[in-house]
Design a protein around this ligand. Sequence first.
Ligand code: GLP
Length: 262
Amino acid sequence: MTINLYVTDHHGLVAEALVARVRDAILTKPDAVIGLATGRTPMLAYQLLGQEARAGLDLTRARFVMLDEYLGLDPSSPDSYANVLRENFIRPLGLDDEQMLTLRTDAADVVAEAAEYEQSLNALGGVDLQILGVGRNGHIGFNEPGSPFDSCTRRVRLADMTRLDNAPTLVYETAVPEHAITQGIATILRARRIAVVATGASKATAIARCLTGEVSSDLPISALHRHPQCELIIDRAASNDPDFSGPIMRRTSAHAPVSARG
Ligand code: GLP
């Protein structure tokens, strides 16, 4: 398998490209199921989608599902990913909270919550387009390095680097939770299409390893080489590519060697 690579000059063009993928998904299938990532990278695209919605893009029949969520926060915390997505996506787009399938921050039985989430995704008919970001350590969702490629939705411990990187995003909590619940890598790979966005030099190492290194559970994003319809949308800084000729370059990545691991 290969990952389709789309390199643009800057974050704004990454956001526009992501908006185009969401628009296509909705125009093709008005009741599409879209998987929403959190993190800073997709937020501009979510703002632009608000403009599209106000200009007539009808998202009222679409369904949205969460990728991951912190564990241990009060459900009312503005830092829960469900609330971040309500504030930055659902409400500005004029959508109904009921359109988004959420993961609970306060599940008493996380194993049961995870199993129920998998069932709910199946009941929706699966995800048509999953939006992903990537961590500096190559995580997708909250699947940290070492996550098995056959993992499903489950409780995970966050890597120190992830907690460090996410600390500045908090608006209310004083510390990033130690644990989270995340769609597993196998769950993510079941989506029919995947669009990954990455911007900035801090992501360049993970991106370069993904495009040129081995497919290994040491680098969770490398699992996406096993998906038939995955696109990596990045800016110049994240590409670290001396051949980049801007403003937009499209190419298909070289096959990464498949390792036995993962
Ligand atoms: C968090 C999320 C990931 C996201 C990552 C990147 O860890 N759980 O899903 O991809 O952040 O975040 P950012 O876009 O802020 O760099």
